[in-house]
Design a protein around this ligand. Sequence first.
Ligand code: IVH
Length: 667
Amino acid sequence: MGPSSAKERIDQLRKELHRHNHLYYVEALPQIKDEEFDRMLKELEELEEKHPEYADKNSPTKRVGSDITEGFKQYPHEIPMLSLGNTYSREELSDFESRIHKTIDGEVEYACELKYDGVAISLTYEDGSLFRALTRGDGDVGDDVTNNIRTINSIPLRLSGNNFPRRFEIRGEVLMPLEGFRKMNEQRREDGEQVFANPRNATAGTLKMQNSSIVARRPLECYLYSVATMEDLFSTHYESLQICKKWGFKVPPYSKRVGSMEEVFAFIDEWAEKRRELPFEIDGVVVKVNSFKQQKQLGFTSKTPRWAIAYKFKAQQETTKLVGVDFQVGRTGAVTPVANLEPVQLAGTTVKRASLHNADQIAMLDLKEDDVVMVEKGGDIIPKIVGVDISRREGNPSPVKFISHCPECKTELVRLPGEAAHYCPNAYGCPPQIRERIEHFISRRAMNINAAGATIRQLYDEGLVKNPADLYRLTYDEVIRLERFAEKSTKKLLESIRESRSVPFNRVLFALGIRYVGETVARKLAGHFGSIERLKEASLEELTEVDEIGERIAASVISFFDDEVNMQTVESLITAGVQFNFDETEVSQGSRLSELTFVISGKFEDYSRDELKDMVTRNGGKNTSSVSSNTSYILAGEKMGPEKLKKAERLDIPVISIDDFLGMLQG
Ligand code: IVH
């Protein structure tokens, strides 16, 4: 490559890499695979080496990406937070070993660990308590996310034992296990919110939230894998982690000490297969020189340690041919493009369909008919298309176009400003929207009516059920006539509908399917307002006063109750006997806790602290935050503050469990 074209390529690569760094670290919305990023970075490194005349200290090769975000305080890391050199090839692992033996005479032991696909974090402890948590940031300074980190159960707030240094830093990875990630995405899909592309993005997005009570409900975990400022205390990395485990940290499971590269390869082979059985995602294996003395001898390059390397697995990805694109209309009217594919084996299953998310995604991929596409599993059950193999495009195919009208009811689609999705606005006339609303209404976590999707389809097609309230008008004669229904199944369905009348108000509110009102928000609103009468009268200000209810949710609630059809449905449901306020027993309990003052401390599995506080006030009691001689009871959850406990003992105040508390409410 001649000098002028080399310069052009260097500039182009730098620009692209800066852009992708930003997308990855700041937006948490990467557009390309790690492999592609690493390939570009390597190309740039090679070009810069050949052409030192174009050196630039701000080149992406000279720094790790930055995740610094506005709105967080920044603090410096005690020692820089570096990244790892990485490779996809075994030859390069052998080169890594040869380089080590140039410096080190004699035996080298390696610690092999899994490479967690999450977000790096650095924790500082002082006098045995968590003092501060910083993200990597730009490697020198990081964002202070301590309040969010405190909500992660696997991070000790106080350490066990007493032989730890007065102040030290420990580093690791925050991640979201797959099951929690899938549940969360499922909920977001139901609530009409944008889903996260993979657990790593979900983790990055969560750690950068301003409201730590939302973070507390996200299923995050943390593995600590490096002692940053304590190398002098231990002789090996492995030993250091064993001790950290004793202090209460969760350290990498499945790690192994080995004496040769052959054994390193065996570890890699083992986990390339077994990774699919893990409850979280890994993207490779990290190999570290175990002895701290040898680590010191090897030292660092400007960006990475010479004593460790990451071997990255190729993404679980396959190529296949695009057969066509369907457009599906969901409960909220959001239209999702779904690609039909020639069947292909991917990570143990046959993939025939993949999500394309929205119109922007199709445009970004520049997807054309009959393209050969790359599909990947991003932790979600639904695989997605991540790229197009343009080299295999033939002729001059037409671009895949997003539709302008609803495929089901032909209404023109709308796109709200600032939203990625297109919507079919015909909420009450568009069959899949109606059916899905009814299916949501009867679902297990909502009204828990025992019927299948197929049944709802039958009831709808026969014209028997056009909205949830119609369910309560169904008669035995109407149901028994339906195909596949006999006496027993008919009775069972009607019985299940009858029983749903005692489902508590918060779940009824969730069942209504108000946009952005998921289970948790429904519980908050029901707890705060106590009845549909009060909720539907609430103004935007009153709604946003409720903890965690922002303007977007408030506006959605208001527009739901402004709608004539929704109000009619609610009226009919009230007439049918469905619960639209907290039930009589609870209301008449109104004074069960009068004269009593509660301090609620710690975490509870099924209730947030705010919900419990609401329960106290609804029953006539009072809440305070600090323990004093006026406190009647301390309601203690997991990890209650030790100071509060000590004070309670001193003042002889009874400490009760959640079960005791619920018992009190029931008398
Ligand atoms: S050790 C000097 N061990 O991968 C850096 N890192 O690509 C020491 N990672 O920055 C890092 N699992 O965020 C280490 N078992 C593990 C890891 C791990 C995941 C992350 C970490 C690091 C990145 C490098």
